[in-house]
Write a protein that binds this ligand. Structure first.
Ligand SMILES: *Cc1c(COP(=O)(O)O)cnc(C)c1O
Length: 418
C-alpha cells in the first residue's frame, strides 16, 4: 500500500494558511533517505552526492541536502547562480551541461566547480572562454544499446550526450597537454530505472574505461561520476530499490578494477533523493458526468506535467478516506485547455466529494520544476513539513504581478511592477 506522508488534518492546517494547490515536502523523509545513501556508500572515501538541482530547484531543499553532505549538479547559468547565492562553490558543484554558453563556462570556472565536458569540441571553446582548469570531468557515450539481463535500458546511440570512446582518448591527450592533472569520468545511460543492477553495471563500464585510459595515456583519474537515473516506486506494486545492495554491487566492481582503491565515487541523483518526499495537494472543485466520470481539481499539468507529457503514473490519495474501498473510477483532471491535462485516467478511488483534498504522490522531483505558465496558470507555493508537524513556506505562490512582470515596461501593465 502506498501511503501519503500527509494526514487530512495536516493538509487542512496548511490549506488554512496557503490556498491549494501547493507542494509539500517531507523533511524527515528527505533526511533519512540521504543519510541512508551516505551510509550505503561509506566504504568509498570521498563519496559524494551532487543533487541534480533541476529536479527540485528550491534553496531550502538544497541547503537541507548540503547540511547532509550533498553538493549540487547544475546544468545552466541560473542553476549555477542559485548554488552561488547559497554559498556553494568548488567541490560542492558539478557542472554537467551540454550545448553550453560561454557565460555558463565562465561562471562555473569562477566558482571552481567540477566541469563535466559533454563534447570534445568544447575543449577548445572552454579554453578560449574560461581557460582549462587543472581538474576536469569527461562525459562518456558508449553508443549502442545499454542492456541489463538482455533488457534494453537505454539507447546511448540515440542520445545527444557525451563523447565516443575514441574521442575520450583523444580528449584526455589534449587535456593532459593543456595541463590537466586530475580527471573524472561520467555517464548517464538509463533514466528512471528500478531494480538494483543499473549502477553496478554502469560503474563497471566506467571503472574499466578509466583503467584503460589511465594505462593508455598515463593520466590520473580522481573520481567516477555515476550520474542520476535511479527511480522510485511510483506504482503500488513496485518496490523501492535497495540502495545498500546497489552500493555493494558498485563496490564489487570498484575493487575488481581498483584493488588499491583511491578513486572517489560520485552520484548526481535527483529523482531518488526527492520524488517520494514531495506531494502536490489539490482540492476537488467540480464533478462532471458525460461519457466518463470526471473529477476537476484546482491543480493542472502546469503544476505537474509528468502525467500529461509522459503518461506517467502518480498515485493519488483522497486524504481522510485512506481506509475506504476504491469503488469508483474517475478521470482526475486539471483546467488547462489541453485534453492531456489528466492526473489520472480510470483511476479507482473512494467516492470523492467536492472540497476533498487529494495528495498526488511522488511529485518531489521533476514536479514543480517542470511547471509552466500555460493558460496564464500561476505556479503554486512550496511548503516544507517538519518532523514535529510544523511547516514553513519555502517558496511563495506566483501572483499576477509575476506573470505580467515581463511586460512591466508597457504603460498598460505598469501597475504590475514589483
Ligand atoms: C537529470 C540529470 C540527473 C538527475 O536525474 P534523475 O533521473 O533525477 O536521477 C543527473 N545528471 C544529469 C547530467 C542529468 O541531466
Amino acid at each position: 500500500m502506498k501511503e501519503s506522508f500527509l494526514t487530512l488534518e495536516t493538509a487542512q492546517k496548511i490549506a488554512s494558511v496557503f490556498p491549494t494547490p501547493f507542494y509539500v515536502y517531507d523533511e524527515k523523509g528527505i533526511i533519512e533517505n540521504a543519510k541512508e545513501l551516505y551510509k550505503a556508500f561509506s566504504w568509498n572515501r570521498g563519496f559524494k552526492e551532487f543533487f541534480a538541482i533541476k529536479a527540485t530547484p528550491n534553496p531550502y531543499i538544497i541547503k537541507l541536502l548540503h547540511s547532509l553532505g550533498c553538493g549540487v549538479d547544475c546544468s545552466s547559468y541560473t542553476e549555477l547562480l542559485m548554488a552561488k547565492e547559497l554559498g556553494l562553490s568548488g567541490e560542492d558543484i558539478m557542472f554537467s551541461s551540454n550545448e553550453t554558453t560561454a557565460e555558463e563556462y565562465m561562471l562555473a570556472n569562477d566558482l571552481g566547480a567540477f566541469i563535466n565536458l559533454d563534447d570534445i569540441t568544447h575543449i577548445e571553446f572552454l579554453k578560449r572562454q574560461a581557460g582549462i582548469p587543472e581538474r576536469i570531468c569527461l562525459r562518456y557515450n558508449p553508443g549502442g544499446n545499454f542492456t541489463l539481463d538482455n533488457r534494453i535500458m537505454g539507447k546511448p546511440a540515440d542520445a545527444k550526450y557525451g563523447m565516443t570512446r575514441l574521442q575520450l582518448s583523444e580528449a584526455v591527450k589534449i587535456l593532459r597537454d593543456e595541463g590537466v592533472k586530475e580527471f573524472g569520468l561520467h555517464a548517464f545511460l538509463a533514466s528512471n530505472v528500478l531494480g538494483n543492477e543499473y549502477y553496478p553495471a554502469l560503474a563497471r563500464l566506467l571503472f574499466e574505461t578509466v583503467r584503460e585510459l589511465e594505462d593508455e595515456e598515463g593520466v590520473h583519474f580522481d573520481f567516477i561520476n555515476l550520474s542520476g537515473g535511479i527511480s522510485v516506486p511510483y506504482k503500488q506494486d513496485q518496490e523501492k530499490v535497495n540502495i545498500s545492495k546497489i552500493s555493494q554491487g558498485v563496490r564489487k566492481a570498484y575493487f575488481d578494477c581498483f584493488p588499491r582503491g583511491g578513486k572517489r565515487v560520485f552520484t548526481e541523483l535527483g529523482r531518488y533523493m526527492l520524488a517520494p518526499y514531495g506531494e502536490l495537494v489539490t482540492k476537488v472543485l467540480h464533478f462532471k458526468h458525460i461519457y466518463k466520470e470526471y473529477v476537476g481539481v484546482d491543480a493542472s499539468a502546469a503544476n505537474l506535467m509528468r502525467p500529461a507529457i509522459y503518461g506517467a503514473y502518480h498515485h493519488i490519495t483522497v486524504l481522510g478516506k485512506e481506509a475506504e474501498p476504491c469503488t469508483n473510477y474517475y478521470d482526475v483532471v486539471g483546467s488547462l485547455c489541453e485534453n492531456c491535462d489528466k492526473f489520472a485516467v480510470d483511476r479507482p478511488l473512494p467516492p470523492v466529494e467536492i472540497g476533498d483534498l487529494l495528495a498526488i504522490h511522488d511529485a518531489g522531483a521533476h514536479g514543480y520544476s517542470m511547471g509552466y505558465n500555460y493558460n496564464g496558470k500561476l505556479r503554486c507555493a512550496e511548503i516544507l513539513l517538519h518532523e514535529n508537524g510544523s511547516f514553513s513556506m519555502i517558496r511563495r505562490a506566483e501572483t499576477p504581478a509575476d506573470y505580467f512582470a515581463t511586460f512591466s515596461f508597457m504603460p498598460e501593465f505598469s501597475a504590475y511592477k514589483q
